[in-house]
Design a protein around this ligand. Structure first.
Ligand SMILES: Nc1ncnc2c1ncn2[C@@H]1O[C@H](COP(=O)(O)OP(=O)(O)OP(=O)(O)O)[C@@H](O)[C@H]1O
Length: 268
């Protein structure tokens, strides 16, 4: 799909070739097998032959545990390299323009502990801004503004250890948003959130898309959240099994689960 999307007046400038392209992408992992010597590792396929071009501002990825969703997302900024094929973000091949890609793409991990390294939320967001904003006072006011945007400014000076999982998740998102990414990739961002915070996050993401022109790509097990997108991908056993409107892809997912459950019960 290559339909251009209108941009709001104060939107993040998107290049003419704004798209995330997966071109026959495969990822394999080496799995040491118990009955072999450790150096004779078996190669297991995690993703295979994934091809799609994502131009929509909002895309969601669904699929069973272990199907390959996180791996797919981590290919986008080179956290996991593709063993086959190419991943291209806004015209930049991740394999040789990784640094430029990472400047465009913000990644929010499922586990906020992967992102929070400082004693307080404020210091964590300031750390993100260090490369962009030299003036300390400016850095502080921008960090507070982002925390405020996510409704967690009151936690700015608290110890990270005093925060709930959901609060940490919002702070982790703040550290990424602070540097104003053009593309925001989120791996199961609502897993740790209660209903109120889940709704808040959905609102924040919708607002980022319409007001800031950020494009979002997120994986989720929450089928309500999956419907928030213009396009949904279903990853099943490492393959792109369905791709299209969220309602259609969710229906395809239900069909896969029903078929697997029938097969597990065996012949009648
Ligand atoms: N570095 C690795 N070494 C070995 N196996 C790996 C590695 N990374 C991922 N895998 C395996 O690849 C498969 C896909 O993992 P991935 O995390 O992408 O799944 P997922 O769809 O995000 O699952 P979940 O919904 O449970 O988070 C899993 O079987 C996982 O164990």
């Amino acid at each position: 799909m290559t339909t251009p999307h209108p941009q709001p007046a104060d939107a993040h400038p998107q290049p003419a070739d704004a798209a995330i392209v997966f071109d026959r992408v495969g990822v394999h992992v080496l799995e040491p097998s118990s009955d072999r010597r450790p150096d004779e590792a078996a190669r297991r396929t995690v993703l295979t032959d994934v091809t799609c071009t994502l131009t929509e501002p909002t895309v969601t990825v669904i699929g069973a545990n272990g199907s390959g969703k996180s791996t797919l997302l981590q290919l986008i900024n080179g956290l996991i390299p593709a063993d086959e094929g190419r991943v291209v973000v806004d015209g930049l091949d991740v394999a040789d323009r990784g640094r430029a890609v990472r400047r465009r793409v913000g990644f929010v991990f499922t586990d906020p502990a992967a992102q929070l390294v400082m004693p307080t939320p404020l210091e964590d967001v300031e750390l993100s801004l260090k490369r962009l904003v030299r003036d300390r006072r400016e850095r502080r006011s921008r960090a507070l503004a982002v925390l405020d945007e996510l409704g967690v400014a009151d936690l700015a000076q608290r110890s990270v250890y005093e925060l709930s999982g959901g609060q940490r998740q919002l702070v982790a998102l703040a550290t990424v948003l602070a540097v104003d990414p053009a593309v925001l990739v989120l791996d199961e961002p609502t897993t740790l959130l209660d209903l109120a915070n889940r709704e808040k996050l959905r609102g924040v993401l919708a607002d980022l898309v319409t007001r800031r022109g950020v494009r979002t790509l997120l994986s989720t097990h929450d089928l309500d959240v999956a419907h928030d997108a213009q396009r949904t991908l279903l990853i099943h056993e490492g393959r792109l099994h369905a791709d299209g409107a969220p309602a259609d892809v969710v229906a395809a997912y239900r069909a896969v689960v029903a078929e697997e459950s029938r097969a597990a019960q065996g012949p009648e």
